[in-house]
Write a protein that binds this ligand. Structure first.
Ligand code: HEM
Length: 81
């Protein structure tokens, strides 16, 4: 079990820009990656996933299937779906 808040998909979709904050989902968890956008090695492409799921993009850009990438993501976890 998790003591993190539960968010709806609707709440996630509202966080789709640097102004509103950039949230993404991955495997049932919610991440606020606003602070990571500027330091992403893949640049602004990361904003394509803003307010939605990482899975379709990470399927395309398989470079993300590494432990060190998941470790970075885990630092930004704010809740679950
Ligand atoms: C590269 C993290 C989302 C596109 C990387 C790398 C990291 C990273 C750590 C470097 C990997 C390495 O070289 O070993 C993340 C995280 C994301 C995210 C934590 C979400 C929170 C995305 C999205 C896209 C994307 C949504 C595309 C729509 C890319 C590309 C590269 C890359 C194209 C390769 C850059 C290069 O080497 O030239 N990402 N990424 N990333 N990312 Fe992401």
């Amino acid at each position: 079990t998790s003591d993190l808040p539960v968010y709806t998909l609707e709440e996630v979709t509202k966080h789709c820009s640097l102004d509103s904050g950039v949230w993404v989902t991955y495997k049932g968890a919610v991440y606020d990656i606003t602070e990571f956008v500027a330091i992403h090695p893949g640049g602004d492409k990361i904003l394509l996933a803003a307010g939605g799921a990482l899975e379709p993009y990470w399927a395309l850009y398989a470079i993300h299937q590494q432990d060190h990438v998941l470790e970075i993501l885990s630092e930004y976890k704010i809740g679950v779906l």
